[in-house]
Design a binder for this molecule. Structure first.
Ligand code: ZN
Ligand code: ZN
Length: 367
């Protein structure tokens, strides 16, 4: 029998009349993405919550995903791991949140119960970690399912500065935990931040909790370096125009820096950190490295340095949230562009041409 094509109305939920589909940014293959119709997420576990997205953003990591650098992300995945929104539905085991509550979404999902969560190392949660927009569907959509909602969401008051709070999903805790805390920045220190993208700038902002004496920011983009100056950098170096090693050494009496924060993720920038670190110093890696780097043990073996790596745990989010609420920290400064969520493809073009567009963080609003 031949089935007739009927002109049916959009499928709707028979119980509450809500649409059962939504729009989302979907990864298909390297270089192939689409803003398309997907089923609206539903609760899978009693510890889940469904969040209606208000504001989200695009991360440098999402650009890596789009290039095919993150093979765990497969065809059909909804991208995105940052955002704020409102609880649409909470599972029966969720006790901290109910329908209508405003929430900040952490880029890291944590069960709160496993061995790593108990240590505060949420990034390695055995039933979580960085899964949003990676192993499960993410936040660049009208709705998202958040597992372990009690631990992976933070309450925010209605009427809060939601755009500023989006910066707390990932970049502020990443810059702070992986760069500033691991780099053990102390009052009076001389530090260098290599890479003035959003995460490097987040490290620049949060390093100032500890009043380092000198903050040297190194990048190849003059616009970003100019922004770094307004954010508190005491010196900037454009490494495409000047010899960064010589310049750092001349700024530090040939001593080098106490902390070098790597916020790029390539061989050249990591090795730059090795060349400018002072005896007793700390190299704190933040960058996502796709290739190996050379560890110059022939010079570093005797220098009493430490090298740290870390995936953000987001354990400092509640503390950072307080500093944002009290305006001690103003992450709003990182936002350069605003789009409707519907125009996300345009937002990707802008963010993907960050140098030309002078883009730092873009905010997408679900209207
Ligand atoms: Zn990110
Ligand atoms: Zn866990």
């Amino acid at each position: 029998m031949k089935t007739e094509t009927l002109n049916l109305p959009k499928i709707t939920d028979s119980v509450n009349g809500n649409n059962t589909t939504m729009k989302a940014l979907v990864y298909h293959a390297p270089g192939k993405k689409a803003w398309e119709e997907k089923p609206k997420p539903s609760l899978k576990e009693t510890t889940d919550a469904i969040v209606k997205i208000f504001k989200t953003t695009i991360c440098g990591t999402d650009l890596h995903i789009m290039k095919g650098d993150v093979p765990a992300v497969t065809d059909g995945r909804i991208i995105g791991h940052e955002g704020v929104g409102v609880i649409e539905e909470a599972g029966t085991s969720v006790s901290n949140f109910k329908k209508g509550d405003h929430v900040l979404i952490s880029c890291i999902t944590s069960c709160g119960k496993c061995e790593y969560c108990k240590k505060g190392m949420y990034s390695h949660c055995t039933d979580g970690g960085w899964i949003l927009g990676n192993l499960i569907d993410g936040t660049q959509a009208e709705y998202v399912r958040i597992p372990h909602a009690d631990n992976s969401l933070y309450p925010i008051p209605a009427g809060a500065d939601e755009e500023a709070l989006v910066m707390l999903s990932d970049i502020l805790p990443t810059g702070f935990e992986c760069g500033v805390l691991n780099g053990r920045v102390q009052p009076g220190d001389t530090i260098a931040i290599i890479g003035a993208g959003p995460v490097g700038l987040a490290a620049l902002l949060t390093s100032q909790f500890y009043t380092p004496a000198e903050i040297i920011v190194i990048d190849m983009d003059d616009n970003r370096l100019a922004v770094a100056k307004t954010f508190g950098a005491t010196h900037t170096i454009n490494s495409s125009k000047e010899n960064a090693i010589e310049k750092v050494m001349s700024l530090t009496n040939k001593k080098g820096v106490d902390t070098a924060i790597e916020a790029v993720g390539v061989k050249e920038t990591f090795e730059l950190c090795e060349s400018i670190i002072a005896p007793g110093g700390h190299i704190a890696n933040i960058g996502v490295h796709g290739k190996s780097v050379t560890l110059h043990m022939e010079t570093l073996w005797s220098q009493n340095i430490t090298i740290t790596t870390r995936l953000v745990d987001t354990v400092t989010t509640p503390m950072l949230y307080k500093t944002v609420q009290s305006h001690k920290l103003d992450p709003q400064k990182l936002i350069t562009h605003r789009f409707k969520l519907n125009d996300i493809i345009k937002a990707y073009d802008t963010f993907g041409n960050a140098a030309k567009e002078k883009a730092l963080k873009v905010i997408l609003t679900n209207e």
